[in-house]
Write a protein of this length. Structure first.
Length: 130
């Protein structure tokens, strides 16, 4: 059952990301410096970033499940708080570090950090419900 919960948590976080980045597409693309075509859509439409990101979300979800099991986190409220903590205090700071050293706009770090925090919270809840 652990593998199922890990995959379902990753699917939920990935689906949330699809909606999140659709809503914030214009500011995110501007901050990320994405090259756009005449139609206003990204020039590079490769599936590789989506595949890699899904694999990475599975890895995060799997490690969160392992950590939750070791820590006795078994209820949705604890999963939510723990997921928020992982996103806000582990993942988001690294996003800010990378953004700062690459001299990219801070708005990009805020958008990406917001997704990381919310997605980790979603993963935390799904892992404790299934």
């Amino acid at each position: 059952m652990e593998y199922v919960s890990v995959v379902l948590a990753a699917v939920a976080a990935f689906a949330f990301g699809a909606v999140y980045y659709m809503v914030l597409a214009k500011p995110w693309m501007a901050a990320a410096g994405i090259a756009l075509g005449a139609d206003g859509k990204p020039i590079n439409n490769s599936a590789v970033p989506y595949v890699v990101s899904f694999i990475c979300i599975i890895l995060v979800s799997g490690m969160m499940r392992h950590t939750f099991a070791l820590s006795g986190i078994t209820t949705p409220d604890k999963g939510l708080i723990s997921g928020l903590g992982v996103g806000l205090f582990f993942i988001t700071p690294w996003i800010f570090i990378n953004t700062g050293y690459s001299e990219r706009p801070w708005k990009l770090a805020v958008i990406d950090g917001g997704y990381a925090t919310a997605a980790a919270a979603i993963i935390g809840v799904v892992l404790t419900v299934i």
